[in-house]
Design a protein around this ligand. Sequence first.
Ligand code: NDP
Ligand code: 2IT
Length: 463
Amino acid sequence: MAKKANKIDKDVMDKAKEYIATLRNPNCAEDDVFFQAMEEVLLSITPLYLTDSKYKNNAIVKRLINPDRIIKFKVEWFDDSGHVQVNTGYRVQFNNALGPYKGGLRFHPSVNEGILKFLGFEQILKNALTGLSIGGAKGGSDFDPKGKSDFEVMRFCSAFMKELHKFIGARVDIPAGDIGVGAREIGYLFGEYKKITSSFDGVLTGKPFFFGGSLMRPEATGYGVIYFTEKMLELEKREPLKDKICVVSGAGNVALHAIEKLYHLGAIPVTCTDSTGTVYDARGVDLDLLKDLKFNRRVSLAEYIKEHPESEFIPVSEYPKGGHAVWNIECYAAFPCATQNELTLKDAKALVKNGCECVSEGANMPSSTEAINHFLKKEICFAPAKAANAGGVAVSGFEMSQNAQMRRWSFDEVDARLKETMIEICNRVAYTANEYGVKGNYVDGANIAGFKKVADAMIAEGI
Ligand code: NDP
Ligand code: 2IT
């Protein structure tokens, strides 16, 4: 059993904070999100780091916060008018102590090295929590699939893979989806990889089912968040989600499947959001319509009220200053499932004031540091992203197993394994928090449990 970290003096902790602050790169604003993710983890693990000398002796912090490599490349492609377009592609291979590099690809105009470093860093510990043999990575491009034709997306994906294929492999690095990368993009990327290498490998996960994808991968992240939340509520002796009003942000893969599972459990999800605004439908959102708007027609949520004029659409321009409309709606539980830092301190205060008792993160790092601290101070049941949204990468791991065995598992089999994985993660995180004297703090529990696995592997594997 792991040794309990001793309580450390406040001035020692302050010194640690001072040291952590020196790790911020003041000349690079892009790195702010990376620092935000890193600072949270390093603060959580400080008591362990200072009481178990092996981590310091092996310089684990310095080694963990530096990616193994950052690959950056040019992507040239033709748009439909025959003009050449140029984007930047990246793959941050962060850490492979536990297994091959693994993590999604994000296509969004905001993508830069700092965002991918934060996502890759989070992915190391998230993947460790799944209990599978997978390391951490992330990649993507500043390419915006929005408004592009299928042919343009295809040409971009082919050009992107022409560079990326040199650095990935079924036992080396296995990318998957994230914002802007779904089954369509993975299909095109996989097709190009196969043409270049002639190899039908499980080199990407999230593939469509009929050529090697796992059943349930599209649903996995959203369903997993809700499985985790139900277990956390049970462990914390709070009421389950049945009949409870829930607010969800995002209207993509994660959000819509979280909404679907909330309905399965008898909860009432009343919102969703996209980059144009928030839909509020007090009777519960119309999931079939949302899937049609976002997965088939790929249009703005503003279209929702055309079919449901009794519902509300609040455009982004009308959001409260420094906050977001969705977090001002009364609810029992809130599920941020869109993007990083979409839930500010102002939003956190509004949620708590309106009686919200549970926040569970589907997106990666959607709550700001100040928002998280407010939730913890107010004893809100708070599930951090790296634990709550690990279901997506867990089912990606199952897809890798199925590809390696040339087998297909049934929907029910994958669902049962996903549920079991989320419950195990929740139990381990709660247990670790308790063991390290911070009962009920799932942020510290997840960071310590994930860190220990990775750090112990790094030490065992030597320099
Ligand atoms: P999608 O691309 O399917 O959906 C993203 C949604 O978030 C869209 O509704 C999009 O709006 C909205 N959104 C994205 N960026 C912004 C922004 N800057 N401002 C406002 N709205 C925004 O992505 P996913 O659902 O796959 O991913 C959502 C989150 O979940 C991300 O944080 C991702 O990293 C995380 N995640 C995803 C996993 C997966 O398996 N896919 C696994 C674990 C975490 P619009 O439609 O207008 O673009
Ligand atoms: O953030 C994430 O965990 C993902 N985007 C999924 C990664 C994966 O490899 O399935």
